[in-house]
Design a protein. Structure first.
Length: 227
């Protein structure tokens, strides 16, 4: 068994699509989509979300359930479903971006993480940006750990490798960049469009800096299990 994950969205297509994407990277994880209203309109349904949570609790076999939601009223619906479900203590709501948070959570669950760690993986996802950086050129500095690794898998950095990198790094106490983008962002990593033979330059700071660099290096050297 693994931790179950429920996706709550105002759109059934968004919920179904997000689950379809995550399932490609976490085939052993129970993923449930609860999108739209009961009659197929845009909105949320407490009955539909509650049914998905209850079924996920059964399928998870006691490992717990993580719920992700897209917008404000979906969050409120999810909170109500957790409150009214048969085992509210076994269900947690993640405050995370729906798609990237879901992918990170699914990868963590696939690896056997506990329910709190799966939620933390979703919530640790960050979007790379310059927000909050002071104006002007930053002072040059050496990262606490760094490494360069050549991609050997035939397809390079596509969705599954990006999810493995981001999901693993999100559980570590480190700030990591890969070729200048946020190492915990699946979408940012995919924008690198790094193919076979490309070099990944990894820089990390924080308590787990060396572990983070070694983690990426190991994934690359193993070809993400694809080569």
């Amino acid at each position: 068994m693994t931790v179950g994950i429920v996706v709550v969205s105002h759109s059934s297509r968004i919920a179904d699509g997000a689950v379809e994407l995550a399932a490609q990277m976490a085939p052993d994880v129970d993923l449930a989509a609860a999108g739209g209203t009961d009659d197929g309109r845009i909105g949320t349904s407490l009955e539909k979300v509650l049914a998905a949570v209850e079924q996920s609790l059964v399928d998870a076999g006691g490992d717990g359930v993580v719920v992700l939601a897209d917008l404000g009223s979906a969050v409120m619906t999810a909170e109500s479903a957790i409150e009214f479900c048969s085992d509210p203590d076994a269900v947690v709501l993640a405050d995370a971006p729906l798609v990237e948070g879901l992918v990170a959570a699914a990868v963590a669950a696939q690896g056997g993480a506990a329910v709190v760690d799966v939620r933390n993986a979703a919530e640790s996802v960050r979007f790379g940006s310059a927000e909050g950086q002071p104006a002007g050129e930053p002072a040059p500095r050496e990262p606490e750990a760094s490494g360069d690794f050549e991609l050997v898998n035939p397809m390079g950095i596509h969705a599954r490798p990006a999810a493995k990198i981001a999901g693993g790094l999100s559980s570590l106490d480190a700030e990591v960049t890969i070729n200048g983008v946020d190492g915990t962002s699946v979408m940012a990593l995919m924008t690198l469009a790094a193919g076979q033979g490309a070099n990944l330059h990894v820089e990390a700071d924080g308590k787990d800096a060396l572990k983070a660099v070694q983690y990426v290096g190991r994934l690359v050297e193993e070809g993400f299990g694809e080569s």
